[in-house]
Design a protein around this ligand. Structure first.
Ligand code: ZN
Length: 679
């Protein structure tokens, strides 16, 4: 599970300072802004200190991470590759005035497509429309060489335009990538490319039948059914097209396997070697039982410095929460910072035992919750260019229960956020008092990182499902409830006196800083990500709105949180931090019960009541205040680039460089890593 991208970052004078000597102080983080997005670079402190073998491992894994880029585009929407290829052809061939307003708008649109891996907003999942006309697009296509364009066989430019224009300009074509509105057929109303010719009922029946059959034949019923396939109807029959060598996406997967095999030769430990080889075996067979074996091997690999994820993993892109989106993140451990999370992991059972959850829903034995702070070296697939800041994997509940999970926080990424947010005016605008601003300045970075640690290494791993309750019983509410559960665990425990005893926080101000920022964000500032008139859709945003609105409402009588209007501006002020903590605990108890019992109706009631609707007046106000600050709410990253240095056949070093041109990196990826057919 992911912990989403960082909430709209605030200025934090304290940097998450890296002590490594290869960190540059004058590093340029922010490179550009367009539409609602900004592009940052991130440093990879500690890379130079890795051994040659470790550097080589990072290199091979980084190549594997880039080879699945096309898969992400195709999974997001079936025509994304066609669109990207067309736009890039226009961009490369263009000889006209690059400063004309129309052309600039065209470039912004192309950058947004790169940023979102397709034509739908990566966060809201709404289709975004070009800010140039269809006529202008026609002129661009006509001025582009036919051999550059992805024309179908025998297709002229007019026919091509008739095919492609509606994909870009017609708001009714594929309006939403992931629709979670239960009034509609979730599958048919979503543009994501996991189902073809199949509706929600058919998909549900298909997988219910598959599980029943497995049970009857005494086969493995724990595998993540449907995770690595597209469900299609062929000649009236519903079949799975599996992502594997020789199956769907074979051209990408063959490349990934080729790099993984090179990585296998330079692994650090036998456990890591086992994990890499299992992953290769899984990509070859497409067998989900092997995927589980890989995940177990991966969890057991605890002593390697370099680590990575690579596969069809998170299910947020599928409205049915079954199909995995492809992604990869390559990283290595930040040994110094990991001491913080090790304290949490070591005490996982302690936290579980004292949590406010009903005893019957607690894990009797929390196993191997390991957490580490990592330095990201490469982002790929769904995690590139926009990335989460914390992950906890594997997702299969039974593996987490029996073997534990690995949880990570990405310190060099959060550091890039914080550095780029310095002095952007956000806090001055939205925080109620100077006290809050100062607290955020002093403790914000630590509070944010610690919350992520608690969320990932304790929150997701906590609690247990009642016997017979499947992980998908909350359906479209699953992700929101799961994220809320992990957030509440973190919010409850960040104010536990034990953290001070463990030496993790200097005082209670850290928790207060987190509460200030969480409530401000959940009730107000996250609305900057929503267009006027829209409701909240994305799971992490829903989770935050749910929690903030629930505790606000329950504390109305005692004014636990107070809404204050000053000079026509709205603020939220926390009057009683202790009472607020108790309310987080109460809600955690409720949410854990819903999860453990798979209580769909209760989940629906809670989410629909607190997490979806937006107060239009407050929304308007927040958007206006935010607009004046000229901050882009979404962040994408430019990856570093790695080059092998050779002496003859022997690799002697791996060089790292930090490019600063987003478009150039995207074009070079498209050139080097386009493996899937456009049509
Ligand atoms: Zn999470």
């Amino acid at each position: 599970m992911i912990m989403s991208i960082a909430i709209t970052a605030f200025s934090s004078p304290q940097s998450g300072k890296d002590k490594n000597k290869d960190v540059k102080d004058d590093f340029k983080y922010l490179t550009e802004q367009f539409a609602d997005s900004k592009i940052l670079r991130y440093q990879v402190p500690g890379f130079e200190e890795l051994s040659l073998k470790q550097k080589e491992l990072v290199y091979y894994l980084s190549q594997a991470a880039l080879c699945g880029r096309d898969i992400t585009y195709d999974q997001n929407y079936k025509s994304n590759l066609l669109i990207r290829t067309t736009l890039e052809a226009i961009y490369r061939d263009y000889t006209g005035d690059r400063n004309s307003g129309d052309y600039k708008n065209f470039v912004v649109y192309l950058k947004r497509v790169w940023f979102c891996n397709g034509i739908h907003h990566h966060y809201s999942t709404d289709k975004f429309l070009p800010e140039f006309s269809q006529e202008y697009f026609a002129t661009l296509v006509k001025n582009t060489r036919s051999e550059s364009l992805p024309l179908a066989k025998g297709q002229g430019k007019e026919q091509f335009l008739a095919e492609v224009s509606p994909l870009l300009f017609d708001p009714a074509v594929a309006p939403k990538r992931v629709s979670l509105d239960p009034k509609n057929d979730l599958v048919l109303s979503s543009a994501s490319n996991f189902y073809d010719g199949v509706n929600q009922k058919e998909a549900e029946a298909f997988y219910a039948g598959m599980k029943k059959k497995a049970r009857k034949n005494k086969q493995d019923t724990l595998v993540s059914f449907g995770l690595n396939s597209k469900l299609v109807k062929e000649n009236g029959k519903i079949v799975e097209k599996t992502y594997k060598v020789g199956g769907l996406y074979t051209r990408c997967i063959e490349q990934i396997v080729m790099w993984l095999e090179k990585a296998s030769a330079v692994t650090e430990t036998p456990e890591q070697n086992e994990a890499v080889n299992k992953l290769v075996a899984y990509y070859r067979s497409g067998d989900l039982a092997t995927w589980d074996e890989y995940n177990i091997a991966w969890v057991k690999d605890q002593h390697s410095l370099v680590d990575f994820i690579n596969g069809f993993i998170e299910v947020y892109g599928d409205p049915m929460a079954m199909k995995g989106s492809w992604e990869s993140i390559v990283n290595f451990k930040d040994v110094e910072a990991t001491k913080r999370t090790e304290i949490l992991s070591r005490n996982a059972q302690y936290f579980e035992d004292i949590s406010p959850v009903s005893p019957e829903f607690k894990k009797k034995k929390v196993k191997g919750v390991t957490a580490k702070v990592i330095t990201v070296a490469q982002l790929g697939g769904e995690s590139d260019p926009t990335t989460p800041i914390g992950i906890n994997l594997p997702n299969a509940n039974w593996i987490r229960k029996e073997y534990g999970s690995k949880s990570v926080t990405m310190d060099n990424i959060t550091n890039a956020y914080d550095q780029a947010a310095k002095g952007n005016g956000f806090l001055d605008e939205f925080a109620f008092s100077k006290e809050e601003i100062d607290r955020a300045g002093e403790y914000g970075h630590l509070a944010g990182n610690l919350t992520t640690d608690l969320h990932e290494c304790l929150g997701h791993g906590s609690g247990q499902l009642k016997k017979g309750v499947g992980p998908d019983s909350l359906k479209n509410y699953h992700s929101t409830i799961e994220e809320a559960r992990a957030d509440l665990f973190a919010l409850y425990f960040i104010k536990d006196p034990v953290l001070e005893k463990f030496g993790l926080v200097p005082n209670d101000e850290v928790a207060k800083a987190e509460y200030d920022s969480y409530i401000r964000n959940g009730l107000m500032t996250q609305l900057v990500r929503i267009h006027p008139g829209k409701t909240i859709e994305e799971s992490h945003m829903r989770d935050r709105a749910l929690i903030a609105h629930w505790v606000y409402e329950k504390g109305l009588d005692d004014k636990t949180i107070e809404m204050i209007t000053r000079d026509g501006k709205t603020y939220f002020k926390i009057n009683d931090y202790r009472a607020l903590r108790e309310k987080f605990g109460e809600l955690l108890k409720i949410v854990q019960r819903i999860t453990s019992e798979g209580d769909y109706n209760a989940a629906k009631e809670l989410v629909e009541a607190y997490a979806v609707q937006v107060d239009p007046a407050l929304h308007k106000e927040v958007l206006e205040r935010y607009k004046k600050l000229n901050i882009a709410p979404y962040t994408g990253f430019i990856n570093p680039e790695y080059t092998l240095v050779r002496n003859g056949e022997t690799v002697t070093d791996v060089k790292i460089t930090y490019p600063d041109d987003f478009a150039a990196q995207m074009l070079s990826y498209s050139k080097k890593f386009s493996f899937l057919p456009v049509r």
